[in-house]
Write a protein that binds this ligand. Structure first.
Ligand code: HEM
Length: 509
């Protein structure tokens, strides 16, 4: 109770973890944490030995390559496999650094020669699914709606399986969740929240009858079924008739990962790489389609690019999308409004403790204190993003003039929004794949289809449990007459062509 008394927080959190558990289980942890940081300061107390921060400098300090801060026990909750750790759950710094070094080349486009084509193929499949199944044609008596939350999840799940092991799960082809994976995730993610709060509970999973209840690769449905799929793909790469392919899995094998390590890592890759990107994609599409001036400006930029021959058809190249200032502004604004990862990702204060500056006042956190991250609150910091930080306004990312102050303002915002992908030695390895998906999918969908939410009052159901789970995100979809091909210059294209406007981390860099 005494050790963190300098930090403000709810009255109960000095001696109980109940408030933290309730915040996590509320389905609105992002908002509960933000209320605390707004009320008690940029770093506040949420548990007996737990703080939460919206301070970007503190996050960079904890995650920096040579920082003495380490992963806190919270990370043990991310062990998805019943027996094996994975890159996101290792508490041992050396083991984590070792596996990260061996896996990083596989995530880069240089070692994964099929990456961009794999993303294009799945995007074309998604566009085809929308065109053939979900176009609303009331004049022909065809009235349809499309749940954008499901279609975007299917897309990112098929991309990640194709990019990782050269074979899709088949979500888009079947237009359904053949494994019951999405349903299973809805019950699994809240369990991770509980284990993140009561980390000692991870030990009870060693008890045989509880272990048996965990997902396993022989399961017919859910996370276990995905585990089985991943494990089959791994097995195909070993033995006398081993498949050799230059993809992520191929690169991990070259990096010396054992079959056991691969089975655990591929499962993590799927969970880490699918719903994070899907939530960003669907929410950015939602915000753009419900902001007519934004949509018009974005389409004008794309049509002008097509007219100049700078946008490859039928799918824009990643490098071309990175040069479209307004598209990049929309992507960054979408990530800012809905940072896809809201889990605590708690780092631990090293031996000797640490002085933490909270809104200009230095406070002492003793060794062993865990400091979690409040991404939602950080992305709404009015000092960084402006007084209207609650509003989707991509224009904030375009410098008003060439002055140094404008450049500094945009740079500071970009550095902060990039933290959505973590930072330093814990930074997201899949950032290049994720930004490639966003760079292509947002513009290609909007060029072809008009998306109109069925209900503006209740556009979707939402559960925030470390990731966002969205449901009933129903849209009326109509086809644009120009089908994304013909230029219609509604307004002149943006003249701003500032190098570095895109988020850093192209897989081809
Ligand atoms: C918009 C989409 C995404 C966002 C916002 C995102 C965000 C994050 C964050 C915040 C972390 C954790 C940093 C920490 O522990 O401090 C992370 C880690 C990770 N992400 Fe992503 N991610 C996204 C997409 C992806 C994709 C598509 C993949 C796979 C292709 C991926 C693979 C990973 C891996 C392997 C790690 C663990 C890195 C490590 O522990 O060293 N992510 N990501």
């Amino acid at each position: 109770y005494v050790s963190l008394r300098q930090f403000g927080g709810h009255w109960s959190v000095g001696w109980s973890r109940l408030w933290l558990l309730q915040a996590g289980k509320s389905g609105q942890m992002n908002k509960r944490f933000t209320e605390i940081n707004v009320k008690y300061g940029s770093t506040a107390r949420i548990g007996p030995a737990m703080l939460i921060t919206t301070d970007p400098d503190l996050m960079r300090r904890m995650n920096a390559v040579r920082s003495p801060f380490t992963r806190g026990p919270w990370y043990a909750a991310l062990k998805l496999h019943p027996e094996r750790d994975n890159i996101t759950s290792y508490l041992d710094e050396r083991k984590h650094a070792d596996i990260r070094t061996r896996m990083a080349p596989g995530y880069s486009g240089k070692e994964n020669l099929h990456m961009e084509k794999d993303v294009d193929d799945q995007l074309l499949r998604m566009l085809d699914l929308v065109r053939t199944k979900y176009i609303n044609r009331p004049e022909l008596g065809v009235c349809k709606t499309m749940d954008l939350s499901r279609v975007t999840s299917y897309f990112t799940l098929d991309v990640i399986s194709q990019v990782a092991f050269g074979q899709t799960f088949g979500f888009l082809e079947k237009d359904e969740d053949p494994f019951g994976y999405i349903e299973n995730l809805k019950s699994f993610l809240p369990a991770i929240i509980v284990f993140g709060v009561y980390t000692e509970l991870t030990n009870i999973l060693r008890i045989p009858f509880l272990k048996a209840a965990l997902p396993k690769s022989t399961d017919k449905r859910g996370l276990g079924r995905v585990m089985g799929f991943a494990s089959d793909r791994v097995q195909e790469r070993f033995g006398p008739k081993a498949i050799i392919r230059q993809d992520m899995l191929g690169s991990f094998i070259e990096g010396g990962l054992t079959q056991d390590e691969l089975e655990s890592e591929t499962l993590t890759q799927i969970t880490a790489g699918s719903d994070s990107t899907a939530s960003s994609l669907r929410l950015t599409l939602h915000f753009i389609s419900t902001s007519p001036p934004v949509l018009a400006r974005l389409l004008a930029e794309a049509h002008a690019g097509i007219a100049r021959g700078e946008i490859t058809r039928p799918i824009i190249k990643d490098s071309e999308a990175r040069r479209l200032p307004y598209l990049q502004a929309c992507i960054k604004e979408g990530l800012r409004m809905y940072p896809p990862v809201t889990g605590l990702l708690a780092k631990q204060v090293p031996e000797g403790g640490a002085l933490i500056t909270v809104d200009g006042v230095e406070k002492f956190a003793p060794a062993g204190t865990q400091i979690g991250w409040n991404s939602w609150g950080m992305m709404r910091n009015v000092d960084i993003f402006g007084d209207d930080s609650e509003i989707f306004r991509p224009e904030r990312w375009l410098p008003k003039d060439n002055s140094q102050s404008e450049l500094d303002r945009v740079t500071k915002m970009t550095e902060t929004v990039t933290l959505c992908f973590g930072y330093g030695r814990f930074g997201c390895l899949g950032r290049g794949v994720a930004t490639m998906e966003l760079n292509k999918a947002i513009i290609e969908i909007l060029l072809r289809f008009n998306l109109q939410p069925c209900s503006l009052a209740n556009p979707f159901a939402e559960l925030c449990v470390g990731f966002f789970i969205h449901d009933d995100m129903n849209f009326v979809v109509t086809e644009r007459p120009e089908g994304g091909i013909l230029p219609t210059l509604a307004r002149p294209a943006d003249k701003t062509t500032v190098e570095g406007l895109a988020l850093p981390g192209s897989p081809n860099e």
